[in-house]
Design a protein around this ligand. Structure first.
Ligand SMILES: [Zn+2]
Length: 440
């Protein structure tokens, strides 16, 4: 439906739907309204005074037991995942979901009714570009109950899911690229299912008052109990994919990546949404501007260049911020898109090479060595690097704080340094370096 996938979309006009909510069994009317660019999806509680709205954002997640609940202050909206999945997968980025209850109508337990609603309202392109989250490195979350979600780099949005019930009953697998057409045809009609073992405790907890064979499939042993026969032989895994799409919509950005899920649930879906949001925050954060001391505490660029023989494009330290002791200091390197290595590492996907970070650590450690030796007539050769770890990618615009500490100097000839690089308060790389000295 969204014909220009690079632009944000909203619904063409207001459309409404009535039904019963699952957990409370109340009658509810849901209205879908258009919203401006960068608005995102917001739920509005029409039944409450001042009609408060709740942002469909992971920050507002309140509960993940059986269904996904979001809230702000004391206001809650339950079971948002199916309506979110339909909006998001059908290409709607901005909309107000207005309801006169605390939960959308459950319909038949699938997202079919919401897809029909989106179709009724229409989807229209807006002026602003969409916001994406491009997966750059593998991420994963897992739970003690055996749920596992892995997110891999991929330039489309794909989900590969394995679902299995108690004792691996009804084990199913499906891999899809999530597009509006695919979602509408293959995913949206898949209904909620419960295993009989799980239903009794839910009833005891008062969690499924509106629940019946009308809006969920019940599996008892090998038997499938439902009002109409299965819509797909692998309907359960399809519904799991539906839930993943709905829960990950809470990220508020279009994911470009491949989700590989094993026995996923709302809790792990939400955990992954949280990790993605954290990673996005880290990427957009810029180190707070700070006054960089020079003179007493540190070394300015000129002083660094008096000590180090390295020059463009190989000088990897802009300044030394401070010397904590004679054997410990912090250097700084501002990484810009103009760094020569970004031309080839990689075109369209700039990431600072890890070896350049090791080089930066070696240069900061060398400064310590030269200061300690009180001479630059000898030259330190980099002999080995141990325990090298690259933890996070360093990107254009990042400021690297390079920490170096001399841990050992054996005689006059050998020295060892423990180093790490920090960007936005997170360690991005670390290494233990060994040097030897030779007269120039
Ligand atoms: Zn669901």
């Amino acid at each position: 439906m969204a014909s220009t996938p690079e632009l944000q979309h909203t619904v063409g006009k207001t459309a409404s739907l009535s039904g019963t909510s699952l957990h409370t069994g109340e009658k509810v009317t849901l209205k879908l309204h258009p919203a401006p660019v960068d608005h995102g999806i917001k739920f509005r509680r029409k039944d409450l005074q001042d009609e408060p709205t709740i942002d469909a954002k992971i920050e507002n997640l309140k509960m993940v037991e059986r269904a996904t609940t979001i809230g702000e202050g004391s206001i809650r909206v339950h079971t948002v995942e199916h309506v979110l999945a339909a909006l998001w997968a059908m290409g709607v980025d901005n909309a107000v979901v207005e309801m006169d209850a605390n939960e959308p109508p459950i319909g038949d337990g699938s997202a079919q009714a919401y897809v029909d609603l989106v179709r009724k309202a229409g989807v229209t392109a807006q002026e602003e570009p969409r916001k994406f989250f491009h997966v750059r490195e593998t991420m994963h979350v897992e739970s003690k109950t055996g749920a596992l979600l892995v997110l891999l780099p991929e330039d489309r949005f794909r989900i590969s899911c394995t679902q299995a019930g108690p004792n691996n009953r009804f084990a199913q697998f499906l891999s899809v690229e999530v597009t509006p057409a695919l979602f509408e045809r293959e995913i949206a009609p898949a209904r909620t299912f419960v295993f009989y073992e799980d239903v009794k405790p839910l009833m005891d907890k008062n969690l499924i008052k509106g629940g019946s064979l009308e809006n969920a499939i019940v599996v008892r042993g090998e038997a499938v109990l439902s009002k109409e026969p299965l819509r797909f032989s692998d309907e359960f895994v399809r519904h799991k994919i539906l839930d993943i799409i709905g829960d990950l919509a809470l990220v508020g950005r279009r994911i470009r990546g491949h989700v590989v899920a094993v026995k996923p649930g709302h809790a792990t879906n939400a955990q992954l949404a949280r990790s993605i949001t954290r990673e996005q925050t880290r990427r957009s954060a810029v180190a707070a501007p700070r006054t960089i001391p020079s003179g007493d505490g540190g070394l300015d660029t000129d002083q660094v260049m008096q000590i180090l023989p390295h020059r463009f494009p190989f000088l990897m330290v802009d300044r030394i911020l401070s010397f904590e002791t004679e054997t410990k200091c912090i250097g700084v390197k501002t990484v810009t898109i103009n760094e020569p290595f970004f031309q080839g590492h990689f075109p369209g996907h700039p990431v600072m090479p890890g070896v350049m970070q090791v080089e930066a650590m070696a240069q900061v450690a060398s400064i310590l060595l030269f200061k300690l030796a009180k001479t630059t007539s000898r030259i330190g050769y980099f002999m080995s690097a141990d325990e090298v770890k690259f933890r996070k990618p360093v990107l254009p615009g990042d400021t690297i704080f390079i920490h170096a500490e001399l841990t050992k100097s054996r005689g006059e000839r050998l020295a060892k340094a423990k180093c790490h690089c920090v960007v936005n308060d997170a360690i991005v790389s670390e290494a233990e370096l060994m040097f030897t000295f030779l007269d120039k």
